[in-house]
Design a protein around this ligand. Structure first.
Ligand code: ADP
Length: 467
């Protein structure tokens, strides 16, 4: 049964959530920082402009015999000193007595700038000034340097446009664009998280591909041993080493114990057979010996099954040959004599496997089908090919298997007695053996509810084409 990988796992969703929260926060912080930087830069550029302009004006004016002489009148007719715009400059030239010697034409639109007499700390510096609710950056320079007490002062102002004025607009546009940005962040995070987990999923797939019959396989994912994935690979490989060692020990023990039990049980069975053949016993004794014979036979079957299960990891590989499924299925009623067993098989179905073990699979499934059905119910077996697979379906009309039991009934010694006629004649090893043999043959076994009531066991094996 193949595991489908869910797309929205809890870990993926949690990672996407934290990524989104972090990136959205970062987006807002970057927006605000960007606004500060922009504001600072625009102020710096405006100040540079002001400095530059005042130098021009200084060169265009001079003082001769205490009166102001305009050396370059063109400078004063430039639109920056005439009109009112965010790029305009406002000029006043005055002397230490507070007499205004010159002012730009555009000052009539905004009113006079307050006169200020700079000291050595404020001269040549740009300061803030507020006139009629308007903010300005203002610079004061002396027309003739070195003559501070009697010199003429040039006052040049430029309107200050703070970008923080646009803060509400920015917030508005941010709010409008945020849902779209959020969607992009969530999608981006999702793609990144999935990409980030891709190598882990690869390691999981590799680990899943190592089945119980391939315990000698190891993860060969390429990553340095210091890398997280490299460490995960090494940790899992070490775990597999330990598991393999323990399983081999258990298997060895089970194998030894079963072998040790087999000889005394076989002797016991033949002795009981011998006793039962003698006809002169009391009827009571005969019955007791009969029960002992039956129970010994059961024990031999259990031990034989355990012997097979202990060898499961290598028995099919060693002993497999070409197996004619069609023939084996159609011959089943020669050995299993049940009136209500119906067999159907397409011709020419071949797989790789061992006749004896495959027969055990069919025998266990058929036994169960009759055991867990009302008397007289039919059991149908159908073998056919489907896309390079050989499918064998064993369907009964019995008590059925509840969904929560379907996974568990392949476990060793697991029995489910409720609702299946309380049939106590088994020991919970049949399906474990079936599963083991089918898996060793490289196949899968699945359980489905029979639409007409009861259960269907479906075996799927790789088809072999035989010329
Ligand atoms: P056993 O038959 O010896 O108990 P199995 O391993 O063969 O052990 O089966 C395990 C359990 O699966 C059984 O106890 C029974 O409850 C259930 N089971 C198996 N086959 C069928 C079937 N065809 N219909 C209903 N239940 C079944």
């Amino acid at each position: 049964m193949k595991n489908r990988r869910p797309v929205f796992t809890r870990t993926t969703v949690r990672n996407v959530f934290w990524n989104t929260l972090f990136i959205s926060g970062l987006y807002l912080v970057i927006n605000i920082v960007f606004l500060f930087i922009l504001n600072y830069e625009s102020k710096r550029i405006a100040d540079d402009h002001l400095m530059h302009e005042v130098e021009h004006l200084k060169n265009a004016l001079c003082v001769e015999c205490d009166s102001l002489v305009i050396e370059n009148p063109k400078e004063f007719s430039e639109s920056a000193l005439v009109t009112v715009s965010p790029r305009s400059f406002y000029l006043q030239v005055y002397n230490q007595k507070g007499e205004i010697l010159l002012k730009s034409e555009n000052l009539k639109f905004i009113g006079e700038l307050p006169l200020y007499f700079p000291d050595k700390h404020t001269i040549n510096k740009i300061v803030n000034l507020k006139v009629n609710q308007m903010s300005f950056r203002v610079i004061y320079v002396f027309l003739k340097e070195g003559e501070e007490s009697s010199g003429v002062i040039i006052q040049l102002a430029a309107q200050r446009v703070s970008l923080f004025k646009f803060m509400p607009n920015l917030v508005f546009y941010d709010l409008i664009s945020f849902p779209l940005v959020l969607i992009l962040i969530v999608l981006g995070s999702f793609v990144l998280v999935r990409r980030g987990f891709a190598p882990i999923n690869k390691v999981i797939d590799l680990a899943n591909s190592i089945s119980a019959t391939e315990l000698n396989k190891r993860l060969d994912y390429k990553a340095s041993p210091n890398d997280e994935l490299g460490r995960l690979r090494d940790t899992l490989n070490n775990l597999f080493n330990r598991l393999q060692m323990h399983i081999e020990q258990i298997s060895q023990f089970s194998d030894n114990a079963s072998h040790q039990l087999m000889s005394p049980l076989t002797v016991l069975k033949s002795e009981l057979e011998y006793i039962l053949r003698k006809s002169h016993q009391e009827p009571d004794c005969r019955e007791t010996f009969g029960v002992m014979y039956e129970q010994t036979d059961r024990m031999i079957k259990i031990v034989r099954t355990l012997l097979i299960l202990a060898k499961e990891s290598n028995f099919i590989q060693k002993e497999s040959s070409i197996l004619n499924v069609s023939k084996l299925i159609l011959n089943l009623n020669k050995t299993i004599q049940k009136k209500m067993l119906f067999l159907e098989a397409e011709s020419g179905l071949y797989v790789r496997g061992d006749d004896e073990y495959f027969y055990m699979v069919m025998q266990n499934l058929i036994d169960n089908a009759f055991k867990y059905s009302e008397k007289g119910r039919p059991v149908q077996i159908r073998a056919f090919s489907e896309k390079s697979k050989v499918i064998i379906k064993v369907c009964d009309q019995g008590y059925g298997i509840p969904a929560d039991q379907k996974e568990r009934i392949f476990e060793r010694f697991y029995r489910y007695d409720e609702g299946n006629g309380n049939n106590n004649s088994g020991f919970g090893l049949g399906l474990a053996l079936v599963h083991s043999i089918v898996t060793s043959m490289g196949g899968v076994i699945d359980i489905q509810d029979n639409p007409g009531g009861g259960t269907c066991f479906i075996i799927s094996l790789d088809a072999l084409s035989v010329e």
